[in-house]
Design a protein around this ligand. Structure first.
Ligand code: FAD
Length: 459
């Protein structure tokens, strides 16, 4: 069904590709405008974050699978690793290993460039979708309606007419300025200054490392330091170290290893010191998650909407960006099903997208605000929630049902309220009370060393 003639998507990142796929169901022609030359699986200038670990939450994977059937197996066929989360992967929170238990969640582990290249190939194979190289420059229209935009390319600046323009240009989106230039309102912004630093490096994997597990994630502990090591294509460990509030990991080999030693579980340090490095560490600085409140605007012009990181850029520590972009694509699909050509589409989309962003934003902001140095409003609700989450962390270390529910919530597969279900809450209150043993207190042993068998969650 083609209700509109031409939709233009700005940006061929994850959000732009998913949006183009969804729009192709309703528009005869979908043009993706991208400033980079995009081909192969190399890291490109417009997506510098692609050098760093990119975990795809299971909610995102299942939506992508719905839009591109066979996506997971295609990625696996190109070298990605798949594993059941907590069965074939490890996770530490608050210095404690989350109990290894069945979660029903599939982790598909690959570098961001590989993931994006599979999505790009599939999207560009969709009838009506094409890619055009150029830099989006500004909107054409007025405060009521956008008719097109200017794009600079090899032949200078040109005007492109479109029935719908979707801005997926990422965190650096200029949509607020474009809207102001039309005389329309720009959205209010919410930010939480976390001053996060990443440093990432590839290592050659030695068979049997990490007990055969495909990844380990060590969430930032009380000292604001954490990291992850994931087994990506080419039988490599992609190792990312992270530090908050200006305490950034160094990129020189000795400093990188010393930082790995300072985080709350030894697994990553063990990998880094035992494996052959394949490149130099690269840094990335991320100052603040930013949420643009388009859903609160009294009026938005018809013919233009914003999604992905341009709408809400999350703290990368919680790996939510791609999954929420997928949720937004699904929300757009639902809105389009109600009539692509209507002027109400942007407002309807912002309302639906605001709801999907809410859960992820609350989870992330709550975790950020649990670090005393992060400035932001700590309402009574935030403080009570964080006290409860600290119990969840301790209970998840010893209780498989809590571990399973916690991971499913973090993967956006279940709503956060699942942790308040009376059966689960009872276990959280009982088992999250005492201070569970830390790895250090276990004499350097990890939880896996003590409990090699998988525990089935009992209900
Ligand atoms: C360090 C770091 C680590 C991250 N780790 C994770 C993770 O583990 N899991 C996860 O889910 N998410 C992670 N994210 C977030 C994730 O990268 C994004 O949420 C996801 O890529 C969706 O972003 P997007 O497509 O909206 O924007 P992007 O991926 O940034 O893509 C924007 C695209 O727009 C193009 N563009 C920009 N301006 C213009 C213009 N004027 N004209 C034409 N094209 C333009 C760019 O070249 C780029 O291709 C991480 C982010 C960072 C910074």
């Amino acid at each position: 069904m083609t209700e509109g003639r031409h939709a233009v998507v700005l940006g061929a990142g994850i959000a732009g590709l998913l949006a183009a796929r969804v729009l192709s169901e309703h528009f005869a022609q979908v043009t993706i405008v991208e400033r980079d030359i995009v081909e192969g699986t190399g890291v490109r200038r417009g997506v510098p974050q692609a050098r760093h670990l990119h975990g795809l939450l299971d909610r995102g994977r299942t939506i992508i699978e719905q839009l591109y059937p066979g996506f997971t197996s295609e990625l696996a066929g190109r070298g990605a690793t798949t594993a059941e989360a907590l069965v074939g992967t490890r996770w530490y929170v608050g210095g404690l290993r989350v109990a290894p238990t069945s979660t029903g969640l599939t982790s598909v582990i690959a570098t961001r460039p590989l993931l994006e290249s599979v999505l790009r190939q599939r999207t560009l194979a969709t009838p009506g979708v094409r890619l055009c190289e150029g830099v989006a420059g500004g909107l054409i229209g007025d405060a009521d309606r956008v008719h097109g935009m200017t794009v600079s390319g090899a032949y200078g600046a040109q005007a492109h007419a479109a029935d719908l323009i979707v801005d997926a240009t990422g965190r650096g989106s200029r949509a607020p300025m474009w809207l102001t230039a039309l005389g329309a309102q720009a959205p209010a912004e919410e930010r939480l200054e976390v001053d996060l630093g990443y440093a990432s490096r590839m290592f050659r994997r030695i068979p049997g490392q990490l007990g055969g597990h495909s990844s380990v994630i060590i969430s930032t502990g009380a000292n604001g330091r954490g990291g992850g090591a994931v087994r990506v294509e080419g039988d490599r460990w992609h190792v990312t170290l992270a530090g908050m509030l200006g305490d950034h990991p160094p990129t020189d080999p000795e400093g990188f290893a010393a930082f790995a030693r300072s985080i709350s579980a030894p697994d990553i340090h063990d990998l880094v010191t035992a494996s052959e490095p394949l490149d130099d560490a690269v840094p990335h600085r991320f100052r603040a998650p930013v949420r643009r409140r388009f859903e609160r605007l009294a009026a938005v012009p018809a013919g233009f909407l914003v999604l992905g990181d341009a709408l809400c850029s999350f703290n990368p520590l919680y790996a939510q960006g791609m999954a929420v972009a997928a949720q937004q694509a699904l929300a757009l699909r639902d809105c389009l099903a109600g009539g692509a050509a209507t002027d109400e589409l942007p407002a309807r989309f912002y309302c639906a997208a605001g709801k999907v962003v809410d859960d992820a934003w609350q989870l992330a902001a709550g975790a950020d605000l649990s670090h005393p140095g992060v400035l932001g409003p700590r309402t009574l609700r935030t403080r009570l929630t964080n006290a409860y989450v600290a119990r969840v962390h301790r209970a998840a270390h010893v209780d498989p049902l809590v571990a399973r529910t916690f991971l499913r919530v973090a993967n956006l597969v279940e709503a956060p309220t699942a942790l308040l279900h009376p059966r689960t809450a009872r276990r959280i209150m009982l088992r999250g009370n005492g201070k569970a043993a830390t790895v250090a207190e276990l004499g350097g042993q990890t939880f896996a060393d003590r409990t090699p068998t998988l525990i089935e969650p009992t209900r």
